[in-house]
Design a protein around this ligand. Structure first.
Ligand SMILES: Cc1cc2nc3c(=O)[nH]c(=O)nc-3n(C[C@H](O)[C@H](O)[C@H](O)COP(=O)(O)OP(=O)(O)OC[C@H]3O[C@@H](n4cnc5c(N)ncnc54)[C@H](O)[C@@H]3O)c2cc1C
Length: 450
């Protein structure tokens, strides 16, 4: 970017202190948790934006996008930078659009919809919602840091309320386009799917209507089982059983629990661990069920919000991988969906072929057909990229879905839509390909698909 452009940008932003050019700041704002992947680590470490801008209003977002368009400069949106795929790493320099200061929670409607700006932290929303009798439908382990906008562009789902695409979880949002004259477009109902899970490649979310659920009093419970199979079957029964009100249903194969050093008290040497967040009214029944299934209940404790101590969700989802990598930096991970019909056979095949090169970590999730599936973030011992790719190919061969976290583009990350509506939206809203370029590889500037 020519040197004068950053100075020109400052004139578009009410406070020039929100236009950042210091190298260490740019390096920080240009990266996320891509380093979980040894493959992405090599590819992305030296990718940086040339200037970062922190807008506080839609008018400023519009001005930055108009300016970027005029100068053919890429723009990469950023929330809190907790993505794992290098989603917010600018591959072609340009402007990092840090939306974390657009963090106003406008209202929670009487029917439980949060209306907010994209930079609102999920934990702030959870805390405010609980004061009004509501809570987040999805409970990502990064809720303390992650923003609503980043979650909608790149997050996953939940065991009770499904994924972002399901059950009207995302009601609507406003999107700023990168057309010749950028504008704000309201997407409601089915139209949200054009932009959801698109990593900021086809529009910038500036106002969001996000559905909440009635608040529940939750209890965290862990139970240790002699074998992974026992822990899995027990947790699966709870996850699938409609009589159970749950928020998290997680299984860790031994030795994964041994990595959770701050909560040693919930771990039993050599045993696999089930971790559940269950309605407090059902906690005692769950304890009995765990014991009847041969488990030892090692912890129960009330969940009182994101400041709960210990907060056991800090060990779930991709925090599990973080603890594993702390214990041994040679670990990395995969993001999988096992088949509800023959997952145990899939576990057996993977174990037979890879031994303890793969360690099972299950996060049960509901899909849009209300079927609970064993989602998984297995820990993988990394040796070579070839071996990793061979493992991914074998998973797919035996019917295990893999959202490949070792690539940096949407098409292989598991959330690209086969009906191409995200691509069509990019052609419509970003015909010059300036939004987060390189992350939607099927996009071609010249070619229209219909
Ligand atoms: C330790 C750890 C644990 C994790 N656990 C979970 C988990 O439990 N569940 C889960 O779903 N994910 C999890 N993740 C992944 C990540 O936290 C989520 O995807 C998170 O929601 C991203 O939010 P963010 O604000 O950090 O977004 P960022 O990482 O900043 O951005 C994510 C993507 O969204 C785009 N983006 C950001 N803001 C906007 C906007 N306003 N408009 C358009 N595009 C935008 C960015 O360009 C980028 O492509 C985990 C990651 C880590 C490192």
């Amino acid at each position: 970017m020519p040197a004068g452009l950053a100075a020109e940008l400052s004139e578009l932003i009410a406070d020039p202190n929100r236009v950042l050019t210091a190298r260490p700041v740019l390096e920080r704002l240009s990266h996320d948790f891509y380093w979980y992947s040894p493959v992405l680590r090599r590819q992305l470490a030296d990718k940086n934006g040339e200037v970062a801008v922190q807008p506080v209003s839609v008018a400023e977002v519009l001005a930055v996008l108009r300016f970027a368009g005029e100068h053919e400069t890429p723009v990469t949106a950023r929330g809190a930078g907790t993505g794992n795929y290098g989603q917010c790493v600018p591959l072609q320099g340009g402007i990092v659009l840090d939306l974390s200061l657009m963090d106003k929670l406008e209202e929670i409607t009487p029917d439980g919809v949060a209306v907010c700006q994209p930079g609102v932290r999920l934990a702030v929303l959870e805390t405010e919602a609980r004061k009004q009798g509501w809570e987040l439908r999805m409970y990502p382990s990064t809720l303390v840091k992650a923003t609503v906008g980043g979650f909608l562009a790149g997050g996953i789902g939940s065991v009770t309320h499904g994924g972002l695409r399901d059950f009207d979880n995302v009601r609507a949002f406003e999107v700023v386009t990168m057309e010749e004259v950028p504008r704000v477009v309201l997407h409601e109902g089915a139209a949200v799917h054009e932009i959801l899970h698109a990593w900021g490649t086809n529009g910038v979310l500036t106002r969001i209507w996000f559905a909440l659920a009635p608040a529940v009093e939750w209890t965290q419970l862990t139970a240790a089982f002699d074998t992974y199979e026992h822990a899995f079957r027990f947790t699966r029964a709870i996850a699938e059983g409609t009589e159970w009100t749950k928020r998290l249903a997680t299984v860790f194969e031994w030795p994964i629990p041994s990595f959770f050093t701050p909560v040693k008290q919930v771990v039993r040497e050599g045993k696999s661990l089930a971790l559940l967040m269950i309605a407090t009214t059902q906690a005692e029944t769950l304890r009995s069920a765990a014991e009847a299934a041969g488990g030892e209940v090692t912890f129960t404790g009330e969940f009182t919000g994101p400041r709960t101590q210990p907060l056991l969700s800090d060990y779930t989802w991709n925090h599990t991988t973080l603890w594993a990598m702390k214990a041994d930096p040679a670990f990395t991970y995969l993001q999988c969906g096992f088949s509800p019909d023959n997952c145990e056979e899939q576990f057996r095949l993977l174990r037979a072929r890879y031994g303890d090169e793969i360690l099972f970590h299950i996060e049960f999730m509901k899909n849009g057909d209300s079927m609970v599936i064993p989602g998984a973030i297995p820990i993988v011992r990394f040796t070579t990229e070839e071996r990793l790719n061979e493992m991914i190919a074998y998973c797919r061969e035996i019917g295990v879905f893999v959202a490949n976290p070792h690539v940096n583009y949407l098409e292989d990350s598991g959330r690209f839509r086969a009906d191409n509506i995200q691509l069509l939206a990019k052609q419509k809203y970003d015909p010059r390909g300036l939004l987060n370029p390189g992350k939607m590889i099927s996009f071609r500037k010249e070619v229209a698909t219909r």
